[in-house]
Design a protein around this ligand. Structure first.
Ligand SMILES: *Cc1c(COP(=O)(O)O)cnc(C)c1O
Length: 354
């Protein structure tokens, strides 16, 4: 740390991304919930036909074409839609706009919420998950800060039904509820339909998982037009050109290819179902399975041992050295071949024991 670093920032605990090995490796990478399939072929076509001279110009700071396309595909309007540089940026802007003093979220959830509390120097109001790792909505009754719910939750993969989201919204209609739907396309139910009824709801999503565009960085939010105007106010004070030219083009193409999107989500879910059955047959247990990952308890070996043994077999998964999570590893759904290799490796590890 330099002697010039702001004292406040020096105390921030940054997010630690999952390992991203660079270059050609023989690793089977099931650690960061990326999609195993390529983005829509329409995305490839746009990149092949792209006129590089376009890059001389600034990108459209309002991302109009993308916002129009995205909003209409969700039955929303453009003035109720925001896009950002990944949903991490969208969340960061939401924290700045609406969380002056604190934020409420589960003890086991997406780690970035806690990082953003640190960055903004605000209180973390942490509510433990129930015994079965689900969110007990009644426990949020007395929280007065904006509530952040990852739905399905990570790394558990457990979904909260829409009635429960509605219950949260009704507990206190002067309190914001932010539903982070990074994994919703793999079997969850979106809260977008509640936006016509509640003005204290923000639904956040990403193209990183279900649309296979993690490296393009695109996230979005739907809410009331007043809330979207507030988020835009912070964006134009921080990073007016937040979504680059190429990402605006390819994300628009990805939204337009709805059939490809639906098919690829279904393929991921089919592979997940098959992996789930095979893991159960091997004696493993799992929490929820509504996301593009499985949260696997190998039962007869420790989570850490399982993680390390998989790593020795060139398979990377995610292990969380945290209370209540040490029995598990989080395994991203890969291609059929990758999952075959993962299951075979699991079988060998469980047969060997500890
Ligand atoms: C992956 C993920 C994000 C971040 O996605 P980006 O759009 O890539 O920034 C946000 N929330 C949850 C719960 C995630 O799992």
């Amino acid at each position: 740390m330099s002697r010039f670093f702001s004292e406040r920032m020096a105390n921030v605990v940054p997010y630690v991304p999952g390992e991203q090995p660079q270059g050609i490796t023989n690793l089977i990478k099931l650690n960061t919930n990326e999609n195993p399939f390529p983005p829509s072929p329409k995305v490839e076509k746009i990149l092949k036909d792209f006129n590089t001279d376009t890059l001389r110009r600034y990108n459209d700071p309002t991302a109009k074409k993308l916002i129009d396309t995205l909003s209409s595909s969700y039955g929303m309007t453009s003035d109720r839609t925001f896009v950002g540089n990944g949903s991490d940026e969208v969340l960061a802007l939401i924290f700045q706009a609406f969380c002056p003093s604190g934020a409420t979220f589960a003890d086991i959830t997406y780690g970035f919420y806690s990082v953003l509390c640190g960055l903004n120097n605000i209180k973390q109001d942490i509510i433990p998950l129930a015994e079965d790792y689900s969110i007990n909505v009644a426990d949020y009754k007395d929280s007065n800060y904006p509530v952040f719910i990852a739905n399905p939750n990570a790394p558990t993969g457990i979904s909260l039904p829409l009635e429960k989201i509605e219950e949260l919204l009704l507990q206190n209609t002067d309190r914001l509820v932010i539903v982070d739907e990074a994994y919703v396309d793999f079997g969850g139910v979106s809260s977008v339909s509640l936006l016509s009824k509640y003005d204290n709801l923000i639904v956040v999503g990403t193209f990183s998982k279900s649309r296979s565009l993690a490296g393009a960085r695109l996230g979005y939010a739907f809410s009331s037009k007043e809330i979207i105007a507030d988020i835009n106010c912070v964006k134009f004070a921080f990073h007016p050109y937040n979504v680059n030219t190429l990402t605006q083009l390819i994300a628009t193409a990805a939204v337009e290819d709805d059939q490809y999107f639906k098919n690829s989500c279904k393929d991921v879910m089919d592979i997940r179902k098959d992996a789930e059955n095979r893991l159960l047959a091997l004696g493993c247990s799992m929490l929820g399975t509504d996301a593009n990952f499985l949260f696997v308890n190998p039962v007869s070996v420790s989570g850490e041992g399982y993680y390390k043994d998989l790593r020795d077999k060139n398979i990377i998964v995610r292990y969380f050295d945290k209370d209540r999570l040490r029995d598990f590893v989080r395994v991203t759904i890969g291609t059929k071949l990758e999952m075959d290799a993962f299951i075979t490796a699991t079988e060998e590890i469980l047969n060997k024991g500890e």
